[in-house]
Design a protein. Structure first.
Ligand SMILES: [Zn+2]
Length: 374
């Protein structure tokens, strides 16, 4: 069946996350093992064997490394543009974005308030006060998906500890690349998201006329990957054979670009078709405005597993604010917030699952190597 197509930009290059993921799978046995553990845990949440114990928002401290070319002052985006991105994230991840009202009725019940918030760091790794923005001048004309921006040795900026901060690098990116992220499981010194400065936030260079990626959604999308979400079409080049491992997002053929009209049916997913307004598709920024409950389950599996340090590390003041905020969101008087001992329980749970998964991996490897009797 021939689908009507919008004349697309080179969609393959908009997000570099899968490129990096596949490269790492090829190069690193450790990454392959970690990914198996992480996906095992995600599956437990997906099938309901585990569910999130989180009862209030988690706050992720963010450091933004602005890496600007020496002769390109426009790349040195101002504080306002950085702040505009943080605002977008806190709207999008809390389903407080004004355009969430555009979600088609058939999917309205699936919209997720992820209870994940982002704040520029107020303390640097040494405990000193900071505004959470690091500025570096580089001689390099730009960067690509090969991580040069993540090290001062290659003209970029060194990361802050990735178990305590979400590192975001903002720079000039080559070609049509808007950004890329690391899935959980990558080495700590590479962990984080990289965004082209013109696609970061909503003001300054992002506000250039005609820019369809002007609402900060590239960063929302990339942090989705950082929290272990796959592209909604399953990265199978239109084959309908693979999906995003999330049950409540319809199987769809390939990326949607531009501003599709509802419904757009592929992979026999009618009558409602593709959920192209999901942040994990490739539409223009104005065309994406939701995460689903199924995607939230994967994010929770990640936050209570590979990224549990962010739950454990919430400063007391932040935790207190979250508890206070949680009480306003309480359902039927249920007390929100992270109860004493809950984080320890989550970490213990994570450790147990890791052991189980490693056992599974060893068993599988033994089978492949012919050592197994089965
Ligand atoms: Zn992506």
């Amino acid at each position: 069946m021939t689908e009507p197509t919008v004349s697309p930009p080179p969609a393959r290059d908009l997000c570099g996350t899968m490129l990096v993921h596949r490269r790492m799978l090829n190069e690193s046995m450790s990454y392959r093992s970690q990914r198996a553990v992480i996906e095992n845990r995600a599956l437990q949440y997906e099938i309901g064997r585990l569910s999130s114990a989180r009862r209030g928002p988690v706050v992720i401290p963010v450091v933004v490394h602005v890496v600007a070319g020496r002769d390109h002052p426009e790349q040195n985006i101002d504080d306002e543009q950085v702040h505009s991105q943080i605002t977008v994230l806190n709207q999008d991840f809390r389903a407080a974005n004004p355009d969430v009202s555009k979600v088609p009725d058939v999917w309205r019940d699936l919209v997720a308030d992820t209870q994940i918030e982002f704040r520029l760091a107020t303390r640097d790794p040494n405990g000193e006060p900071t505004d959470g923005i690091v500025r570096v001048v580089t001689d390099r004309p730009g960067f690509d998906h090969r991580d040069g921006v993540k090290s001062s040795r290659t003209g970029g900026a060194d990361p802050w500890p990735s178990d305590r901060y979400l590192n975001m690098w903002v720079c000039q990116l080559a070609g049509s690349l808007l950004g890329y992220a690391t899935f959980p499981g990558q080495p700590p010194h590479l962990d984080g998201v990289v965004i082209g400065h013109s696609f970061f936030g909503t003001t300054g260079t992002a506000a250039a006329p005609g820019n369809p990626f002007n609402r900060g959604r590239t960063t929302t999308h990339e942090i989705g990957h950082w929290l272990n979400l796959f592209h909604i079409w399953g990265d199978d080049d239109g084959a309908c054979s693979s999906d995003d491992k999330v049950a409540d997002t319809p199987n769809q053929a390939d990326a949607n670009t531009g501003m599709p009209t509802f419904p757009h049916v592929t992979c026999a997913n009618g009558p409602n078709g593709d959920m192209f307004m999901n942040y994990m598709d490739y539409t223009d920024d104005a065309g994406m405005f939701m995460f689903t409950q199924g995607q939230l389950a994967r994010m929770n599996a990640c936050l209570e597993g590979a990224r549990a340090s962010f739950l454990a590390a919430m400063p007391e003041a932040e935790a207190e604010a979250v508890r206070a905020d949680g009480s306003r969101h309480a359902d039927a008087g249920e007390a929100r917030g992270v109860p004493d001992g809950e984080v320890e329980r989550l970490l213990h749970d994570s450790e147990r699952l890791t052991t189980e998964a490693l056992h599974d991996i060893r068993a599988a490897l033994n089978t492949v190597a012919g050592y197994s009797r089965w």
